[in-house]
Design a protein. Structure first.
Length: 762
């Protein structure tokens, strides 16, 4: 059967403009950690931006958008996140020691910044100490500034003093990169001085001075080596210098030898043995490993063993850089990583994590390839690849521009008259994404390549597709209606025109056609030869048109039936006057098929636990009918326990015990020979609100934060409102909503009285 109704899907696309003036970018990818003093507060600009200016928003790593907490946290309109200074007693881990990220959104899409760890440090009491040391005359003495582990990460040695005079690294004194003081060639008089260190806190700026320590100088006596300075773990950034300390006492003066991963250290111009140990310049990832420093003299030996790790910044690069797709096309992106072999990779589209699904696939060991088949309208925008390793993260993104890729004819051929044996050149020039494929037909029969018919196809450098049909030695039967049909995943387009080859006129036998009720149908009288005088259509011997829905074009033999109805079925006769008194005729049978029509249905309101019956009735349409159901675009999962009963022209759903899992959009799909139609309705299962966590009585401590938790579940999600039962309380400004589910006054003050009035509703 020959279906003559061409259906053209006109997709109205929400196309992301290929607007060169619209872009998104990262301002500062190296911003990964912000440590600040509670006494100063901090301002963190959003590390992402865009042109035209993007709207910038901050979130917690958990995905919650953050909100202003008066006097504590504020996001400025320019996207700068400000955390105000605070009293150590008001420390809130949620605000002052948490991972945040920022997003930038403009018409190009939405990107999300790297994670930024924001951490406040407060002044806390600590002391630094120096211990007395012993050394033999002529050997090395080492003083270390002992910093408590709790502040070690923030506190560093800024100077050493000898009897209140600051020491500089020089001939006999050396202050190492780790802050130790070395005194070389110890002299007896070195034992007469006091030594102390001064430290500074990197964030609070506080300085501390240690106690005074002394050096006890003895005469050299034979002794086996004893380690004075060593290490067990060192990290260094690639291309930086690092010192691995290894220094021992002993007499005679010990000798040193370095091993790396159990083999003697290969000589390298970047390695240098210094007074304090091994200095590595320009560290490389291959320098990572286990180092052993062997120390010996004639009385014994000792060793220092430690690990060095050379950190490389993680780097992610997404390719290809420029991606254009169209509705229905396939897009493949790949993310290549350097800097580490171990990382966790995730993909985001417009700031939302991408999960594998119907049309989304990941391939590669670490999901480094993203493949999206059949792009849809909402699939355009910014695609980001995120790699995370511990606290480090790296990301890159590309913009996927969704074009209206439906094929369009740029140039083509028009009707003409030719003499037999004249060559015929027909061309269709078409554009579209992905590049369309074209096929040719003559009077609806495909054109087959043979000795006289040549088909060609190529792409121009602009990406347009040119399809050619050449006919050498044209014959009368090469005349007729030529059509080139070009299609890709986004759509289809065609162009047609008559080519008349001179010769005796006649009509090719015609094929019966199926017309679809409610649509338009075209019936062509397949005339060949030229000239001919007129083409007329008859039905039951009556000349057409005999109603307003019929239109016959005498010049080219097309009969158009608008808004086809059952009565249009039957035999049609096409008569061509080939000579003033000679007629040719052919008949064609038109069958009318009626598409299904589903009686619209709407779900009423349902509550959890109820029984539900949903009928789908196909009121009209030819049989056989096939009726199926989908939930949220997929077959209904068996686990939902939904029974489907199909009886003749109806199909129904039965649900015995409604649960929240039944929430979703249900589609009834009816198909027959003519068409596929569907009807969708949303089922909402109401769940009455119920408390999950209820606030409990709590004692507040003056000046401290108190958190009252409350959470409830239900569907649609319930709104939580706080009320306060005693007194009128004072302004809500001292109240902050920590999460949707807890209430926490910023700080208690004596005037707060009881529980403050109320917080915002969620
Ligand atoms: C990027 O962030 C780093 C780390 O906070 C900072 O040192 C640097 O100044 C910033 N660069 C720019 C251009 O803002
Ligand atoms: C953003 O605005 C705040 C307050 O007006 C200002 O202090 C800050 O410097 C601005 N930051 C940038 C990056 O413009
Ligand atoms: C068709 O004819 C044109 C003009 O002679 C020629 O350029 C083209 O290569 C031909 N194509 C094929 C497929 O033969
Ligand atoms: C066209 O339909 C008629 C009536 O159903 C039938 O008799 C005839 O054989 C059909 N012709 C073709 C070519 O299918
Ligand atoms: C015949 O002409 C009418 C009106 O110009 C046009 O709509 C129709 O497509 C033509 N048919 C063919 C087969 O060219
Ligand atoms: C169901 O359809 C409604 C209205 O068309 C839409 O808002 C909702 O997001 C859909 N739900 C699902 C799960 O697709
Ligand atoms: C409130 O909830 C948080 C997070 O679940 C929990 O850490 C805290 O202990 C809870 N507080 C009270 C008073 O229940």
């Amino acid at each position: 059967m020959w279906i003559l109704a061409f259906i053209f899907l006109q997709s109205i696309l929400n196309v992301f403009g290929e607007d060169l003036h619209s872009s998104l970018y990262f301002v500062n990818a190296s911003l990964q950690e912000v440590v600040f003093a509670s006494t100063t507060g901090t301002s963190v600009p959003c590390p992402a931006g865009g042109a035209p200016p993007a709207s910038l928003r901050w979130y917690l790593a958990t995905g919650e958008e953050i909100y202003d907490v008066p006097g504590i946290r504020h996001v400025h309109p320019n996207g700068t996140l400000q955390i105000f200074n605070f009293l150590p007693s008001s420390f809130s881990k949620l605000i002052h020691d948490n991972t945040y990220y920022c997003t930038a959104e403009n018409p190009s899409g939405k990107i999300r910044s790297q994670d930024v760890h924001i951490k406040a440090v407060s002044r806390e009491p600590y002391t630094v100490r120096v211990a007395d040391q012993k050394a033999m005359r002529g050997s090395v003495a080492i003083f270390k500034c002992i910093i408590p582990a709790s502040v070690e990460a923030y506190v560093s040695v800024v100077s050493w003093e000898k009897d209140t005079v600051s020491l500089n690294s020089g001939q006999r004194y050396l202050i190492t990169s780790t802050g130790a003081l070395y005194i070389v060639d110890v002299l007896p008089e070195d034992g007469l001085n006091n030594y102390r260190c001064t430290t500074r806190h990197r964030y609070t700026g506080e300085t501390r001075q240690s106690n005074s320590a002394r050096l006890i100088v003895s005469d050299p006596t034979n002794a086996e080596p004893a380690i004075l300075d060593g290490f067990d773990h060192r990290e260094v950034k690639i291309n930086h210098r690092v010192e691995l300390p290894c220094k021992a006492s002993g007499f005679p003066t010990p000798k040193y030898r370095w091993l790396k991963d159990n083999s003697p250290l290969e000589p390298d111009s970047r390695f240098r043995q210094t007074i304090s140990g091994l200095l590595i310049e320009n560290a490389q990832p291959s320098d990572s490993g286990t180092y052993v420093c062997e120390v010996w003299n004639s009385y014994g030996n000792a060793e220092v063993m430690g690990h060095l790790y050379v950190k490389q910044p993680l780097k992610a690069v997404v390719s290809p850089r420029k991606v254009k797709g169209s509705v229905g096309s396939k897009v493949s992106l790949s993310c290549s990583m350097s800097g580490s072999d171990e990382y966790e990779l995730s993909w985001y589209r417009n700031g939302e994590i991408i999960y594998p699904g119907n049309n989304v696939r990941f391939t590669g060991l670490n999901r480094e390839n993203l493949i999206i088949e059949g792009m849809t309208k909402s699939d355009g925008g910014a695609y980001q690849c995120f790699a995370r390793k511990g606290k480090m993260s790296a990301q890159d993104f590309v913009q996927v521009i969704l074009e209206d890729g439906t094929p369009k004819i740029l140039s083509s051929f028009s009707e003409k008259v030719m003499n037999p044996n004249e060559p015929l050149f027909l061309v269709c020039n078409v554009k579209g994404t992905p590049p369309p494929r074209c096929s040719w037909s003559l009077d609806d029969d495909p054109v087959i390549k043979d000795a006289h018919h040549h088909l060609g196809h190529f792409e121009t450098h602009e990406g347009h597709v040119v399809s050619q049909l050449n006919v050498t030695h044209t014959q009368v039967q090469d005349g007729g209606l030529y059509r080139c049909t070009c299609s890709n995943s986004a759509g289809v387009v065609y162009h047609q025109a008559r080519i008349n080859v001179r010769g005796r006129a006649s009509i090719r036998p015609m094929k019966n056609i199926t017309a679809i009720a409610g649509r338009d149908a075209f019936v062509h009288c397949r005339v060949i030869g030229y000239p001919y005088y007129s083409i007329k259509w008859y039905k039951n011997s009556a000349l057409l048109p005999f109603n307003h829905r019929q239109r016959a074009f005498e010049n080219n033999g097309t009969l158009k039936l608008s808004n086809v109805q059952q009565v249009d079925a039957g035999e049609y006769n096409c008569k061509v006057m080939v000579q003033p008194n000679k007629m040719e005729s052919q008949s064609v049978h038109v069958r009318v098929r009626v598409p299904p029509y589903i009686q619209p249905f709407e779900f009423q309101r349902f509550t959890i636990g109820q029984r539900v019956f949903i009928p789908c009735v196909v009121m009209s349409g030819d049989r056989p009918l096939d009726i199926t159901w989908q939930k949220d675009g997929r077959p209904i999962p068996a686990s939902l326990g939904v029974t489907v009963d199909n009886i003749d022209f109806t199909s129904s759903l039965r649900i015995n015990n409604l649960t929240p899992d039944h929430n979703g959009n249900y589609t009834c799909i009816a198909r027959n020979e003519a068409a596929v139609v569907e009807h969708q309705s949303q089922l909402i299962v109401r769940v009455p609100p119920q408390f999950v966590v209820q606030p409990e009585d709590q004692d507040g401590i003056y000046g401290k934060t108190v958190t009252l938790n409350c959470s409830a579940e239900g569907y649609p999600p319930p709104t939580i409102v706080w009320e306060h039962s005693k007194g009128s309380g004072r302004g809500g400004s001292s109240l902050s909503r920590e999460t949707q589910t807890s209430l926490s006054p910023a700080t208690w003050d004596s005037s707060s009285g009881g529980i403050p009035r109320r917080s915002q509703a969620s």
